[in-house]
Write a protein that binds this ligand. Structure first.
Ligand code: RP5
Length: 161
């Protein structure tokens, strides 16, 4: 099977949180790749990556960045692929800085912005899966099973007290 999801993070320091996205993609059997590509520190690399992403067969990009968090918007400006953005926690503003940056894209260049941190990383993977499931039966089946198992796990939880 070919690689369907490309993950790009602005820094190695974002990676620990974004392993929640790769763990989720693995559970769903979705092939993916991940790279550190900073929009500010390596802009030319970002342009190269995003310009070739669709031709290489990728279907969705998941991006993660903190602080000024230009990466998702810059990626979305270059590639026609759906771009999902996960804001990273920051020491001074708790990730609200990145969240507001990502969600406030000008009309015409959307970034599907998720929650800050772990929930956003997991949900970015699930949203990528939902997009791919529209044309990939294996992913549709895997996502349906994931959701059913999740529901069953809640139902199986014994009373807390
Ligand atoms: C952003 O700056 C990265 O996405 C990261 O969240 C933040 C801090 O990066 P480092 O200084 O830890 O490399 O570009």
């Amino acid at each position: 099977m070919s690689i369907q999801v490309g993950i790009i993070v602005g820094s190695q320091s974002d990676w620990e949180i974004m392993t929640h996205a790769t763990d989720t993609l693995k559970k769903l059997g979705i092939e993916h790749e991940a790279h550190v590509i900073s929009a500010h520190r390596a802009p030319h690399r970002l342009v190269e990556y995003c310009n070739s992403a669709k031709d290489r067969g990728l279907k969705v990009l998941i991006t993660a960045a903190g602080l000024a968090a230009a990466l998702p918007g810059a990626a979305a400006a270059i590639t026609p692929l759906p771009v999902l953005g996960v804001p990273m926690y920051s020491k001074y503003f708790g990730g609200m800085d990145a969240l507001v940056s990502m969600v406030q894209m000008p009309a015409g260049i959307p970034v599907g912005t998720l929650a800050i941190g772990r929930a956003g990383a997991i949900n970015a993977a699930l949203l990528a899966a939902a997009i791919i499931a529209l044309f990939d039966k294996d992913v549709e089946i895997a996502l349906d099973k994931f959701r059913a198992d999740q529901t069953q796990a809640v139902l199986d939880t014994p009373p807390l007290v």
